[in-house]
Write a protein that binds this ligand. Structure first.
Ligand code: FAD
Length: 317
């Protein structure tokens, strides 16, 4: 079933979890153990992130360097299919512009279509660690809008090979990312919203937000979206803090601000357990308020960390 159908048919606030594929070389068994527990909370769907290949320079015996491409976490499409058929839960693979040519994107969408997966979250992806700014493949989509447009064309039976006649139409429900605190490359919120609207007008069915720690950021974002004529469901992204280090890393990586009260609660914590408890309590309070507000779904960035999820679920259900 599509995400948008889950939302339309929901009687209560839905739950979705976002998980990462295992590191290359690790078995899927650990992920299954995590999923066994996540499934108990009856998520309507599970998102699986995509990780683009990065390159690094390997020193050779002759003293020269070889440029080597490696993907740290492969397997997004396979994991989505495995979850869908093992647990009978809908899955949402993330697909990126970065690292994909348009024809590789088309092939990935065809694979998903054959696997019976009709949900995708379409994203541009970030720059590789070695790059100063995002650069697409020579024949790749340059931003998420182009990726949405390509997927919509496939939904209309338009493949890259123009001479394909009577080609099968795919049927993807399309999610895109939105940023309550603005995407870090955007000059301002208004411009960011203009590009978000383009993705929705091109065919995105719903938006999932970047994590935020102050609900007012989400409420204001929804108001700005509605005022800008963006009327699709906006799913809030929730990330429970689990370590003190995240007070520095999360703002650095995700360009989000942490409220004083949360920072103080984490800083005052004396043990790992106390930190996790402070993070889970904050996220639980956020969730309760968001449910009250009437959000369609709570999307948890689990980062494969179960402890806080169990605590939050107990607190909100
Ligand atoms: P876009 O919508 O393409 O926007 C990127 C930037 O370009 C923005 O500043 C935007 O304002 C600007 N822009 C857009 N259109 C135009 C235009 N026409 N002209 C000029 N500027 C424009 N990353 C991963 O690598 N893997 C994942 O699995 C993953 N999952 C994510 C899930 C969620 C819910 C979110 C919120 C993010 C996720 N990301 C993931 C991170 C994401 O790839 C980055 O935030 C990336 O920098 C932007 O992606 P986007 O799809 O929002 O890009």
């Amino acid at each position: 079933m599509k995400v948008i159908e889950h939302i339309q048919q929901a009687k209560d606030t839905l739950i979705s979890f976002e998980i990462l594929p295992p590191l290359k070389g690790k078995s899927i068994a650990a992920l299954h153990r995590i999923l066994d527990q996540l499934i108990e909370h009856q998520p309507s769907f599970i998102n699986v992130t995509y990780h683009r290949a990065e390159y690094k320079y390997k020193l050779l015996d002759n003293g020269l360097f070889e440029k080597v491409f490696t993907r740290k976490r492969p397997g997004t499409v396979g994991i989505c299919a495995a979850i869908k058929y093992k647990y009978g839960v809908d899955t949402v693979p993330h697909l990126l512009c970065g690292g994909f040519s348009r024809s590789e994107t088309e092939d990935a969408l065809v694979d998903l279509h054959y696997l019976g997966i009709d949900n995708v979250l379409l994203l541009r992806g970030d720059a590789m660690k070695m790059e100063r700014s995002f650069s697409p493949e020579p024949d790749g989509n340059i931003n998420a809008l182009e990726l949405v447009e390509q997927t919509v064309r496939l939904n209309n039976g338009e493949y890259l090979e123009k001479d394909l006649t009577n080609a099968t139409e795919t049927n993807f429900c399309i999610g895109v990312a939105g940023y309550p605190e603005k995407h870090f490359e955007s000059p301002n919120r208004k411009t960011d919203l203009k590009y978000l609207k383009q993705k929705v007008d091109a065919g995105a069915d719903y938006i999932v937000t970047q994590m935020f720690f102050d609900n007012q950021q989400y409420f204001d974002f929804v108001d700005r979206c509605r005022a800008a004529d963006i009327h699709v469901p906006i799913i809030p992204g929730i990330k429970p803090i689990t370590t003190k280090r995240q007070l520095q890393t999360l703002p650095g990586i995700f360009h989000v601000e942490l409220p004083d009260e949360l920072v103080e609660a984490v800083e005052a914590s004396k043990s790992k357990e106390e930190i996790r408890d402070a993070g889970a309590k904050w996220a639980s309070q956020q969730c309760k308020e968001l449910i009250e507000y009437g959000v369609p779904c709570l999307h948890f960035y689990t980062m494969s960390n179960l402890g806080p999820i169990e605590q939050i679920m107990k607190a909100i259900r």
